[in-house]
Design a protein around this ligand. Sequence first.
Ligand code: BES
Ligand code: ZN
Length: 884
Amino acid sequence: MSSSSAVVATTAADDKFSRLPEIAKPVSYDIHLKPCLKTFKCKGNETIVVDVTASTDYLKLHSSEIDINSIQVKLCDGSELKGVTFELDRKWMTLTIKLPQKIEPQTVNLLIDFDAEHNNKMRGFYQSVYKGSDGSEKYLVSTQFESTYARLSFPCWDEPVYKAKFDITLEVDEKLTALSNMNVVSEKSTENGTKVVKYGTTPLMSSYLVAFAVGEFEYIEAKTKNGCPVRVYTVHGKKELGTYALDLAVKAIDYYNEWFNIDYPLPKCDLIAIPDFSMGAMENWGLVTYREVALLVDPAKTSSRQRMYVALVVAHELAHFWFGDLATMKWWNGLWLKEGFASFMEYLFTAKHCPEFEIWVHFVNDEWASGMGLDCLRSSHPIEVTIDNPNELDEIYDSITYAKSNSVIRMLYHYLTEPVFQDGLRRYLKKFSYNNAETQDLWDCFSEASGQDIGKMMSTWTKQMGFPIVKVDQKIDGEKRILKLSQNRFLADGGKDESNPSWLVPITITSQSSPVEPIFRGIMNASEQEFTVENVKPGDWIKVNSGTAGFYRVQYDDEMLKALLPAVESLALPVLDRFGIANDLFALVKSGKATADQFLSLVAASSNENEYVVWGALDGGVGSLLNVFSRHEDASIKKKLEEFVIKVYSPVLKRVGWEPSANESMKTSMLRALVISRLTRVGHQATIDVAREKFRDHIDNKKELNPDLRGVIYGTIARKDGNEGIEKICKIFETVGFSEVERNCIAALGQASDEALLKHVYDYGIKQGKIRSQDLVTLFAGSRFHSVGQDYAWSFFKQNVPLLLEKFGSVNSSLFQHCFSCAVDSQSNLQFADEVEKFCKEQFDADALKVLHRPIAQATECVKLNSQLLKNNAQAVNNYLSNQ
Ligand code: BES
Ligand code: ZN
């Protein structure tokens, strides 16, 4: 190729981020790449057909960590522009091509020859390493481009609005399998032991969805009703573990084809398990990439929770084929559009196709409560968040973008009913197929479908942060209930949001004689409002927010709560409502609006409770109390709390037993794990002894552990059996070869009981690199289990920031940020929060602090709240427990 470019590389960067200028857009890319799994260099060239839309003397696109060899610009008449130069901006990852003269709007061809690299940072076109079946070290390369990493693999207009068609050609060693979004259209061997694989042209799509994977793979295949081949790819020896996901993937595509009324437009669909992966999974159109743990199921080893997770993740990514891939957000502030809806659709699908999970019951704990857990902080953010700089994007892939979005969509779904909701979505997808949209576009489609102004209601939930607590007082007037409702932002610190936000709140009410079907529906559209509910017998309880479908908390007056509690105890209230009451009550305790003894009485009264999810809410509160009291100067309170827990939890364990009964439900199995976990952690000797016995049988007699109890048993051994226990867990970790078990081991190692052992474990996992970077969060998370672990995790983090950054690439990495949060947010004293803030200010430069600003604020706010929980309740808890 004749090179007409001179290199003018620069690091001088503009200080302010701006999007690519609207002077040109790509129409199509013809990309040739030659990845190498030995040198980890990737040679490439591309021809981009560019529609120049304004008179200009430059073109600007993205490129990062790529060596550009030459650039040619060919005008529409076929002539080549002479004297083209270019400039790279490292900070903003852009490539500016300077033309020798102004050109008028026309279509030009841009030819770029370049060399890129396969890094080991799980972004771009990166390398992944694993042990082959012969024990040797093997490599593969695959991609993670969302949000801003396609530009690490080839120069491109790397913003979601620039949809183009992609023609991909990969030249690889002939023994390897090479995959991309589309089907293979030709494959030619060369003389030097490689093959050139060309794929079909993609539909119009955004650059963040382009994908490649090259390595020694095997696969299993099935077909959808339309005959579309669906495959699950794995490294050698693991394909059978894809059986569960494959079956669901086929069902999901069939389901969405019908539900969205648009057929999946690509000729094939591959799902591939990648050994090193920063996220859970990624929805590349036609080639979805997954962590192994998110795709592979071993019937003998996979736990109930993990199987559920696999179903949800498979369904989530495939929903993106429509929501995200076909219709895409214009800019990253619309990220929630695709993530929220894919998250909701994953439940809709799973509820239908995996009824054994009772997935909507889990929703309230895993999504609703998790969204509220973050959104009750002052350092939360609105769902529709301004994204000025995509370098700061990773931090908003959080419980607001996922769990809160998902929950407010569920609220809308209940409000509109499924047919109207579906009609709105179908309109939206049809209108914006192969195109980009904004949040308001979606509301408009729902408004058309429902005849109501949906944007008006939903914007109160997506444009402002936080959510309301609805206070309820009642007057009884014969068979009438006059309810006085007021709404305020719920803040975990119990304070007031001075901006006085208010929401359009869907109010639903059930009663003693109609505990499931609401007897009242209305919209609260003021800060105080009265509603009259007819036909309620004077002594009957009433429950607001039926099925915990609304994204708000409820605070009843004393009398109403008193009337409700017997219905909680007798299980007359449906499970989601019992969950809501328990979860709301502990949140009120945390915020100082109720006292811990009220919550502990509810726990004590829950002896009949058999529902996992309700115990999830109760145990969440119990865990928080145990955690903060573990640092209280009066150690006797923690002791009493532990005795209380043993008294209340033991009967539940007795009921469910250690051994599963025939045809037992998943939730019973999960409840068993929850109760055993807590009992071992509060030092219940009989339970610890059985856990040890099971572990011994597992090691000595190779007896498989019950997968649902494996994590709990490993944790007990790691905490209780010192060096010997840790060594045994390490041995399992090194030999088991199955991701979920490895992660159980890592979580257990993080729980090691003293500083010396923790040092050993962190050195082993991080310094010696025995634990994959993708799994390090699990180690830090394990150390949250007790105060010694918490202290160690923070001191390790503090001393090893450069090492962690080396592993994760940069402070942008959500894995890095999660390690930080885990190392901080369970602590409970104010000086500690100050220390963290001070440390961060000294450790990170201004750019890094911008990125880390929210994670730091959130983690330290959690610490302050823990401290407040302790301070507010020490007396009440002590008094309550002393009288037990
Ligand atoms: N698009 C995301 C993956 C992603 C997240 C890429 C952040 C880049 C930055 C994908 O669809 C996703 O949401 N994955 C989830 C799993 C899902 C079941 C919630 C994940 O990775 O955790
Ligand atoms: Zn997603």
